[in-house]
Design a protein around this ligand. Sequence first.
Ligand code: IMO
Ligand code: MG
Length: 408
Amino acid sequence: MNVVIIGAQWGDEGKGKIVDYLAKDAKYVVRYSGGPNAGHTIVVDGKQFALHQVPSGILYSDKKVFLGAGMVIDPEALFEELKMIKDNGVDWEGRVFISDRAHLILPRYRQMDKDRDASRKRPIGTTGRGIGIAYSEKAHRDGLRLADLDWTEKLADLEKEDLDYLDKYKEQLLQMRVDLTQKMWEFRKENILFEGAQGAMLDIDSGTYPYVSSGASCAAGAATGCGIGPHNLDHILGVFKAYETRVGNGPMPTEFNATSEGELCQYVRDTGREYGVTTGRARRCGYLDLVALRYACRVNSLDSLVLTHLDIYDAMDQIEACVGYEINGKIVTDFPANIDQLNSAKPILQKFSGWKTSLKECRSYKKMPKNARAYVEFIEAFTGTPVSIISVGYDRDETFIRKNPWKK
Ligand code: IMO
Ligand code: MG
């Protein structure tokens, strides 16, 4: 049995927490896309970990974790992260493996990424981690894979600066190398958790292109990014927050208005700690966008949803969510590709009564206040997708399951 976890919005939905939560029933955790642009936060017994490249299952000492071929890996950042993990008392040696087909980020890609974004007429607001450069080298067929560290002709083509850099990490990287496609076949009867990065709306194909990242953050990315056929993905979970956030540029139809909704925006940002784990940037915040969420459910064939940050609304009298857009005087309920249309979209908001009580201690759906359940059930009806897990706080334990994704 395997479970795929993807972000169903623009990233930062709380995937790290949910991967960590579900990892207790997995034998292997495999990250399949992105690289050090991701920032996955996990809180265990009040202690916080911010992971960027290492899969979120690492905190369980009995799990093996894998970095898939769909990722772009920054060796220097990876070993710094592993050191941080070790300094915090987590032994990782012998438990972290990298697909021999994964591509590597060279240090100069970071500056190239920043320069390229700065020279754009309409910057994307990338994380500056060299992600887009590494993926474009890959698409150009000029990229460098882990397996290539043993390819004599390829190495002979590299500049001295790159070779010197790679020399520092080569031995350790090769020790972690695996043929992940073979492992996927070997593990096929065991519990594997696939950890997505970024989100459905940042996917290179189905996201708000060009304001996207460069990897396959969609559910299908788990198949291509690990070497397992799409037919063999058992349960696909989409994680979403009770509201919307976005970092970087690009359309966000439900973004709070800076003046008229400035107070609400600051409240959500501060209560939800909406500041980037990777870049420290304040995230843009807005109403839950059900048009975008339903689109994410459809293009990723989500089997169920995980609702996070619901507790951020605990103190509010009233909650609003977007059920349609008004674009050029027309009502639109399917997510458009055109950026002009998305930028001019006015959200049509539906109001919900708040529950005015803390959800922090809530551990079952039945015990949730009626108004909170009404919000959840509206989302389920609108998207046609059940909500199987709800998170009511940052800690691993502040979570409850309605339907276990590990059970068929
Ligand atoms: P996690 O996994 C939120 C955004 C960047 C930028 C765009 C392109 O933590 O949810 P890139 O550096 O990837 O070329 O930047 O994508 N972005 C993310 N936003 N969460 C992420 O990851 C992101 N990874 C990339 O802010 O707008
Ligand atoms: Mg993030």
